[in-house]
Design a protein around this ligand. Sequence first.
Ligand SMILES: [Zn+2]
Length: 214
Amino acid sequence: MKKIFTITIGILLIYLVYYLQKPYITSKVNPISEINPLILVNNNNALPDNINLNLVTFQKNKVADIIYNDLVAMYNAALNDNITLKINNAYRSKDEQTQMFEDKMNAYENDGYTKEKAYEQTTLTVQVPGHSEHETGLAIDFSNEGHYDENEKMWKWLQEHAYKYGFILRYPKDKYEITKIDYEPWHYRYVGKKAAKEIMDKNITLEEYLGGNI
Ligand SMILES: [Zn+2]
């Protein structure tokens, strides 16, 4: 009888430990992509077509393999602080970006905009195909369940810690004149740890880090 009791308690304890343990990610990849983590993709700089990009899956999204291990480390560190980094968007192919752009533009045209005006209006919120960082596999839009206030725990955590894992807040507040994109607390871009630290320390953008090549 005593033995059965001990076994039952033992099994219960094993279940308890199992359920309390946080779902850390332990997988790793060996990157083979030949994309420079400092590549500049913006309004004036298109992503070259011939880049050898190897994509891997993270939370059902695709990302460039060179960011995977650091992304996992960041995910686990956030989890340790009771924050679950969910992803809204990561890699988009040029075709997907084109589709997104055309859908938005069509919607404006259906609303009565001229083709020219619809194009102009679309570029305010959707990057022209070939010019979206999401096509590099180096950019991630995190999801905070629809909460965008900068005081939200997730955005605060990312702003404080992301650089340690090689990620930067790509479109900071008050940098529109340089990035030409409004503040996006959710959009993080992998640039590698060294650059991320310098960009963070100096409070600059990737454009400024690369020497004003905008
Ligand atoms: Zn984004």
